[in-house]
Design a protein around this ligand. Structure first.
Ligand code: ZN
Length: 136
């Protein structure tokens, strides 16, 4: 994860001097522990604008833009962790779960259902590592 990714900056739209400034920001961002939360990130960008100005490098306009967008909540920084994708089970065969007969839940005697822990409700057997099926 980089600052460029967090702010979703498109490098091809940036000038050479912008990239130089961003290089500096990337380094400072890592030093600061890679802030991605709204306020720490705003404070970080604010500091970068000051530092870049003081260093005579000049700041990329996009940094100022992003800071304003984050303040106005019109831009949401990418979370550091990978977002949880759609719950597609990692099953190459798509084999129906035998525990729940492909229902994704078990019926309890009381008449209510409980999540099938073997397939976690995905109705397909999980725990089959793709690596295991790649035998040569
Ligand atoms: Zn199941």
């Amino acid at each position: 994860m980089t600052l460029t990714e967090t702010l979703q900056l498109k490098e091809r739209y940036l000038q050479i001097e912008d990239l130089r400034a961003l290089d500096y920001c990337e380094r400072r961002w890592k030093e600061q522990g890679c802030p991605t939360e709204r306020w720490p990130l705003i404070n970080f960008l604010e500091r970068m604008l000051q530092e870049l100005k003081n260093n005579g490098i000049g700041y990329p306009k996009v940094l100022l833009l992003r800071k304003k967008e984050i303040q106005r909540r019109t831009f949401r920084p990418e979370p550091r962790e990978e977002r949880i994708g759609p719950r597609e089970p990692q099953c190459p065969n798509g084999e129906a779960c035998k525990e729940c007969k492909g229902q994704g839940f078990h019926m309890l005697p009381g008449g209510s259902g409980t999540l099938c822990m073997a397939c976690l409700g995905t109705r397909r057997k999980i725990g089959v590592s793709p690596a295991l099926s790649e035998g040569s």
